[in-house]
Write a protein that binds this ligand. Structure first.
Ligand code: IPE
Ligand code: IPE
Ligand code: MG
Length: 243
């Protein structure tokens, strides 16, 4: 994109009022590939590139947390070849992007039930978390084998396992035991479907929900600016009255 065009689209967004936390359901990789008569794996690879661009923009604009849905607890229902491709891609991506995340000051976290993955992948995830832990600019939460319902069940179980009294359980106790601790201000779903698909159900109670027909591999800087500009026009009441 030319500098002039970048300035025009950037002007749509107020740089002093960006959402602190953006959550994205990165949907549409398969249909993007189908449209080009390519295998679905081609779409997943392109989706990874789109994510790298979005991460760069979010760091540049001072977004504090970016949460992305990479693989759901329901995605195991897909053919084995696709599941294996996605899991292998996550492992390769960790190695290829880790240094650039460190250089950009991004803290990487994996959220979900990681125990189902083989030991090598779990080690790579934990090592990448440790290696990026000192980043000061943004936290990137990658949701893998993640489901919002499973997250709530696991939070309650962990609370009880740590000696918590089930009868005294509060919303704050559940929130403290979730994989992801902050609530998204802006939820974005690409790919044209208007549903949550089990993503951050607890945390999105008061998020602003933005849906776009754009397939994830096509989602870029201008699309993110459009989503943030839309968010900046919302009036958030949280059940109260207009400010
Ligand atoms: C999202 O794209 C990526 C994952 C679920 C892993 P899809 O693979 O769901 O693509 P569509 O929705 O079939 O086009
Ligand atoms: C949600 O997309 C999961 C991810 C983007 C990882 P899906 O493609 O799995 O959602 P549904 O099946 O259309 O609801
Ligand atoms: Mg999909």
């Amino acid at each position: 994109m030319s500098d002039a065009r970048a300035r025009v689209s950037d002007a749509l967004m107020d740089p002093h009022n960006v959402p602190a936390h953006i959550a994205i359901v990165m949907d549409g990789n398969g249909r993007w590939a189908d449209r080009q008569k390519k295998p679905r794996s081609f779409g997943h690879k392109a989706g990874q590139k789109a994510l790298q661009h979005v991460v760069t923009c979010c760091v540049e604009w001072g977004i504090q947390t970016l949460s992305v849905y990479a693989f759901s607890t329901e995605n195991w229902r897909r053919p084995n070849t696709e599941v294996h491709f996605i899991v292998a891609m996550i492992k390769t991506a960790i190695e290829t992007v880790k240094q650039s995340l460190i250089d950009a000051g991004v803290v990487l976290r994996f959220c979900g039930d990681l125990s189902v993955f083989d030991a090598d992948l779990q080690d790579a995830m934990r090592q990448a978390e440790a290696d990026t832990a000192y980043g000061k600019r943004m936290t990137l939460q990658v949701m893998v084998n993640y489901g919002g319902r499973a997250e709530i069940v696991s939070a309650v179980r962990r609370y009880v396992a740590q000696g918590g009294d089930a009868c005294a359980l509060t919303e704050a106790d559940i929130a403290a035991h979730l994989y992801a601790h902050t609530d998204p201000d802006l939820f974005i779903r690409t790919g044209g479907d208007i549903r949550m698909s089990n993503f951050m159900l607890w945390q999105c109670a008061y998020s602003e929900l933005y849906f776009t027909d754009c397939f994830w591999p096509d989602f870029g800087r201008d699309d993110l600016i459009a989503a943030i500009a839309w968010y900046q026009k919302r009036v958030r009441r949280f059940g109260g009255l207009n400010p």
